[in-house]
Unconditional design. Structure first.
Length: 178
């Protein structure tokens, strides 16, 4: 085997065994910081998705159909965010969440494991969670803007709008519901 072929083979082997780190023009510290913030957003997205599905599955009462459908629609919106968030983290050279345990270590959305939650309390709790989620998205937006990560900022712009809409619908649905 020639030295050129052996050298190429060795480089390919090194590349296969190298840590996953997508090249980016952003400074390494900026990539690390953005990936960290976006992993927390991803964890919150999964936690809020699961809480919304929990309420979707367990809602009852006179507004069952409306709340059941709204929770399902909102859960679908949240789930649709997960892959773009994770892919954005990878594009920046970061690593994404690996397990439910990893999600639970990073999430800021508080779980609700109660056997029964009144439907109006479901609306109120998800409304507050959505407001908090919007605030965290704004913080992530500021960080990405500071590091000139325009692509992530662009995604976050849409997610803030979607989160504000979820908050609005939850708030309005909870008014005069008792």
């Amino acid at each position: 085997m020639s030295d050129v072929t052996e050298n190429t083979k060795q480089k390919n082997e090194e590349r296969r065994k190298a840590p996953l780190k997508t090249p980016t023009d952003l400074p390494e510290a900026a990539s690390r910081e953005i990936a960290s913030v976006m992993n927390a957003i991803l964890a919150d997205t999964f936690a809020l998705y699961l809480k919304t599905k929990n309420f979707h599955w367990h809602v009852s009462g006179s507004h069952f159909r409306d709340y059941h459908l709204m929770f399902d629609e909102q859960a679908d919106q949240l789930f649709a965010m997960t892959d773009p968030i994770a892919e954005r983290i990878r594009k920046l050279g970061g690593m994404t969440l690996r397990s439910i345990g990893h999600v639970s270590r990073l999430q800021r959305v508080i779980d609700n494991d109660a056997d029964y939650v009144d439907p109006v309390d479901m609306l109120t709790e998800l409304c507050e969670d959505s407001k908090q989620f919007t605030e965290q998205l704004r913080d992530a937006h500021s960080l990405c803007d500071k590091h000139r990560d325009i692509a992530t900022v662009s995604l976050i712009d849409d997610w803030i709008d979607e989160s504000e809409k979820r908050t609005w619908f939850l708030f309005e649905s909870s008014r005069n519901s008792r």
